[in-house]
Design a protein around this ligand. Structure first.
Ligand code: GLY
Length: 559
């Protein structure tokens, strides 16, 4: 009996030991590090601190979004809008939130044209008519309500501190402010905040008192402060006094919304991205579907043959973007027509049968246009992930700060096809599907993306860059999923971009891009294409990488 008892006790101990091992190993597999990657080191620090304080990826994302509105005012915002992909590791669900700006109720199809039907220069980019109703504040509060775990006040508080106490400008930021001096000087409110008599320099402390007050009010009174409180009144009054068309009803009726993400397969990966009113996920999915029909591993990265194939995949996908896409609430276009594997196969056959064009090279100028927008990627230790891209559209949006609020307003109305066939800031042309309409969302290219492998987030990425956002994300995915590159190499690799119209191949100049002129398209060199801020699962841990194309970005990993 004693022997049986001893054996039982021993077996029980062995059993408990084994359970603890299983328990331990499952913890070590599912509980990994957490990572935050943004384009500004201070915002990355804000996000990682929230994670260390027990917040989840969604809390961190909200805090980062408010912080970037302060420390990265060229694109971080509360006066603009964007999209986020939200992965809940517990429920294993992915969905998106669309907090894109909407056209004011009084917006009309021809509002940017003169009496002869010609586009009035600057009206859709730098006037009081250029802004849509901002969605960021509503979007962040909706994310918080559904997914947040820490109080919203705690999440907004770092942004208030950064605006009130100021932060140190980097060399890049000081120069960026100075180079936009003319734009800022056109509006007295903007000039007060962003122009310094003797020019900004590295190390200057930059305060935003009005913005700090606005953020405090939002923290105290919630999302309604922005849409029906003092902030809304200040914005609407200022715009109405200056020829704008904002009304109270515009702000009171604004609602961001949760939507299904657009997920498709690429070999054994599941690629999820943003659907309408962004074209990002649709164009990305179409291009990947086309490329899946080729023996991609047989190509040398950035070889002539590879870049030709890539160019064709982009051209076909962007052409369909221009022809068919606009806010899905206003058009009945069935996107599965252009995202189906069958359709992609037929396009790949055309590409396979087409003769390669040769040797027509028109060397271009470096384009130094500022293509703004900003992306951040976050994963927490439980595996919840957020891929967020938001924007004011071009750098510093319309350049108009709404009086007394410190809020830089977007110029997202330029993302509409303001006249069919007329190119917008990014050279994109559109059809009726993307014409200006009351309460409609302008078509976007933002492409926040999460790639899954074996059911877990594998790659979280996105980029700024207008139309080049999509090509940037496409190439980052291919570099990792096909060419097996490490995250830093995949991010640094030179990129190309073709958007069908103009019929120009944009390239980052580099000797590694071989014989590009022989592809047969006019080529134009660009200083940079995109700026990806990504997280990749590498064996047991996640690693982050902030693109080096511009300084100040940072990835932080926390345990
Ligand atoms: N404003 C740039 C985009 O939404 O694509």
């Amino acid at each position: 009996m004693k022997l049986i008892h001893t054996l039982f006790k021993r077996n029980l101990l062995i059993f408990l030991f084994l359970i603890s091992l299983i328990g331990f190993s499952s913890v070590s597999v599912s509980k990994h590090n957490a990572v935050v990657v943004t384009r500004h080191h201070l915002a990355t620090e804000v996000g990682s601190k929230i994670l260390l304080d027990g917040g989840n990826a969604f809390d961190a994302a909200i805090s980062v979004a408010f912080a970037l509105a302060v420390v990265n005012p060229s694109a971080g915002n509360i006066g603009g809008g964007g999209f986020a992909l939200l992965y809940d590791a517990n429920k294993k669900t992915i969905e998106s939130i669309d907090y894109r700006e909407r056209a004011p109720i009084r917006a009309r199809e021809n509002m940017f044209l003169d009496e002869n039907g010609n586009v009035v220069n600057g009206l859709s980019t730098s006037s009081f008519l250029a802004s849509g109703i901002p969605g960021t504040v509503d979007g962040m509060f909706k994310i918080h309500k559904k997914y947040g775990s820490l109080p919203i006040k705690k999440l907004i508080s770092p942004a208030i501190d950064l605006a009130e106490k100021g932060f140190i400008l980097s060399k890049f930021q000081a120069e960026y402010f100075n180079s936009n001096r003319d734009k800022f000087s056109k509006n007295p409110e903007t000039k007060k905040v962003f122009v310094k008599e003797n020019l900004w320099k590295k190390g200057d402390l930059f305060f935003q008192e009005d913005l700090a007050k606005t953020l405090k009010r939002i923290s105290k009174f919630g999302r309604d402060e922005f849409y029906s409180g003092e902030t809304a009144k200040k914005i609407i009054n200022y715009f109405q006094k200056n020829g704008g068309i904002f009304t109270k009803k515009d702000f009171m009726s604004y609602q961001s919304s949760f939507k299904s993400s657009l997920c498709s397969t690429f070999f054994d990966f599941k690629v999820c991205s943003m659907s309408l009113p962004s074209s990002g996920g649709i164009v990305l999915s179409q291009a990947l579907n086309i490329l899946e029909n080729f023996n991609l591993t047989s190509y040398e990265h950035n070889s002539l043959e590879y870049n030709r194939l890539l160019t064709e995949a982009m051209r076909f996908s962007f052409a369909d973007r221009s022809e068919f896409l606009g806010d899905g609430d206003f058009n009945n276009f069935d996107i599965s027509r252009i995202t189906s594997k069958k359709y992609a196969k037929s396009l790949s056959t055309i590409i396979k049968n087409s003769e390669s064009k040769i040797l027509i090279n028109t060397p271009g100028e470096y384009l130094n246009e500022s293509e703004e927008t900003t992306h951040f990627s976050i994963i927490d230790s439980k595996g919840n992930a957020v891929s967020n891209t938001y924007t004011l559209n071009t750098a510093y949006g319309s350049g108009i700060v709404a009086k007394g609020t410190g809020i830089l307003m977007n110029n997202e109305m330029d993302d509409f096809s303001i006249k069919p066939g007329f190119p917008n800031f990014f050279g994109l042309v559109g059809s009726e599907a993307n014409k200006v309409e009351s309460k409609k969302a302008p078509l976007s290219s933002m492409t926040p993306t999460i790639v899954f492998h074996e059911g877990k987030p594998y790659l979280i990425t996105g980029s700024p860059g207008g139309s080049t956002i999509i090509s940037t994300v496409l190439q980052l995915l291919l570099n990792i999923l096909i060419f097996d590159m490490e995250l830093d190499e995949a991010s640094k690799a030179k990129r190309i971009h073709h958007q069908w119209k103009p019929d120009i191949l944009f390239i980052e100049k580099d000797k590694k891009i071989k014989n590009i002129n022989r592809i047969g398209f006019d080529t134009v060199y660009r200083e940079r294409i995109g700026e990806s801020h990504s997280i990749l699962f590498n064996k047991e841990n996640y690693e982050g990488f902030a693109d080096l194309r511009r300084p100040d970005g940072r990835a932080i990993s926390v345990r």
